[in-house]
Design a protein around this ligand. Structure first.
Ligand code: DX5
Ligand code: ZN
Length: 218
């Protein structure tokens, strides 16, 4: 079993104070950066210049979650901008294997995300090409949504596939992850936990990260 990792999502942070907000979660394993293009999802957030600036503003590695069309074109540019892990949505990728190989060749971790309605089984043979799979536990687009319990079986099935293939893949969950839902995710086999509102909605974000970690490890 891989160690528990916590990736606070700056989507729930103050976008006018991103450097300070990144600093507020020191001790987190990653900083989760949600890139939305208003096409793949009905919301617009930030892009390459912000990632470049964040890279300089924090020592925490950046975990870029691209909720955008045409990741084949854009994802490598996020690796170039300083993301240590780049997640593309398989629903939007034209050539996911080629894209994953390109990201790895750049020295980034390659990760594939699945919307709630996308099953993992058709992508079983792609797993060796990846460093992480992201199972969305809400419909992507907004922070603060309720955790979808119906995703727990998919988390379990994905963990079983990873084990069956003897892979070292990380399994990330994103959406509605909180002190009340994180244990269910961990029990189902997730090891990297994204949390936006549960971290940045707390009075002390870094204490919230520590509390989530403790629950996931229990
Ligand atoms: C939603 C984003 C998430 C979001 C999670 O589409 O991918 O990363 O920030 O926010 P919470 O943790 O509040 O559900
Ligand atoms: Zn995300």
């Amino acid at each position: 079993r891989n160690p528990v990792q916590i990736s606070p999502s700056i989507l729930s942070a103050d976008f006018a104070n991103l450097a300070a907000e990144a600093e507020a979660v020191r001790g987190a394993d990653w900083l989760h950066v949600d890139v939305m293009d208003n096409h793949f999802v009905p919301n617009l957030t930030l892009g390459l210049p912000v990632v470049e600036s964040l890279r300089k503003a924090t020592a925490t590695p950046l975990d870029c979650h691209l909720m955008i069309e045409d990741p084949d074109r854009w994802a490598p540019q996020y690796a170039e901008a300083g993301a240590s892990s780049v997640t593309f949505h398989v629903e939007a990728a034209a050539a996911p294997v080629r894209l994953a190989r390109e990201l790895r060749a750049q020295g980034a971790r390659a990760s594939m995300a699945l919307r709630p309605a996308t099953p993992i089984e058709p992508y079983e043979d792609l797993l060796p090409e990846l460093d992480m799979v992201l199972i969305m536990t809400v419909e992507p687009g907004f922070g603060g949504q309720a955790f979808l319990d119906v995703m727990l079986p998919k988390i379990r099935r994905t963990r079983r596939l990873i084990e069956r293939h003897g892979l070292q893949l990380w399994l990330q969950v994103d959406g509605g992850v909180s002190a009340t839902t994180i244990e269910r995710c961990a029990e189902a086999g997730a090891d990297v936990f994204v949390a936006g509102s549960a971290v940045y909605g707390a009075d002390d974000p870094s204490a919230a990260v520590a509390a989530l970690r403790e629950r996931a490890e229990s």
